[in-house]
Design a binder for this molecule. Structure first.
Ligand SMILES: CC(C)(COP(=O)(O)OP(=O)(O)OC[C@H]1O[C@@H](n2cnc3c(N)ncnc32)[C@H](O)[C@@H]1OP(=O)(O)O)[C@@H](O)C(=O)NCCC(=O)NCCS
Length: 192
């Protein structure tokens, strides 16, 4: 969850395709036609999953900054490494990182929650970032997402409070230092 617009930085996307038959889902690169689905996943996730940690006014404020389809398309086509988790050909979750290792979005459709979708995306992002010689991943995790980040080795740096549409919200700056890979090592499969 971000409270400020972030300029996208050009960054060559790493192509990642590997079926995960054990979970029934696949993680693959973002395609322009995904944007509408991802905007809907964002809204559904906030309306449903985030209510565990945020009150009605906070959810309404969060939804007021939900990206439209065109916003997601513009952000992801500008150069982030953006990954989509799909099941039966339909997007069910998504995330991304930029050239500095900053994760902007991490969202899972409520119908597929708590099945490792977000964890799978974080693992894939980590390998993608290592392959790109990025030294750390960072994000601003919602209260709902914090356990997922920490389970996957992120450190909580600080609690942040900010105001959206007149309502105070909070999230957590999180960071994970990545182990450098040897310059001579071949690129790892992001899902291995
Ligand atoms: C946060 C969010 C992306 C998590 O998606 P998810 O696919 O359900 O997450 P996962 O299944 O990978 O992990 C979820 C849970 O399993 C736990 N977990 C993950 N791997 C685990 C493991 N191997 N063993 C035990 N627990 C594990 C996590 O701590 C988390 O616990 P919880 O269900 O008690 O909260 C989703 O809830 C969401 O979209 N929330 C609303 C929007 C939001 O807050 N987005 C983040 C903005 S920064």
């Amino acid at each position: 969850m971000r409270n400020d617009p972030e300029p996208s930085k050009p960054f060559a996307a790493v192509v990642i395709v590997r079926p995960r038959t054990d979970h029934g889902w696949t993680i693959r690169p973002f395609r322009p036609e995904d944007a509408g689905h991802l905007s809907k996943i964002y809204r559904a996730a906030v309306r449903t999953l985030a209510t565990r940690s945020y009150n009605f006014d906070q959810i309404a404020a969060w939804l007021s900054i939900a990206p439209e389809s065109k916003d997601i398309a513009a952000i992801y086509e500008a150069g982030r490494t953006a990954l989509v988790c799909e099941s039966n050909g339909m997007p069910i979750g998504f995330s991304d990182h930029d050239a500095a290792g900053h994760i902007r979005f991490l969202y899972c459709h409520p119908d597929h929650a708590r099945r490792g979708v977000a964890g799978g995306l974080l693992k894939a992002l980590e390998t993608s970032a290592q392959n790109a010689r990025i030294s750390s991943l960072t994000s601003e995790a919602s209260e709902t997402a914090l356990p997922v980040f920490t389970w996957h080795g992120f450190r909580m740096v600080e609690r942040r409070e900010f105001v959206v549409s007149g309502v105070t919200l909070h999230n957590y700056a999180v960071e994970k230092r990545l182990l450098p890979i040897s310059p001579t090592a071949s690129r790892k499969d992001p899902l291995s």
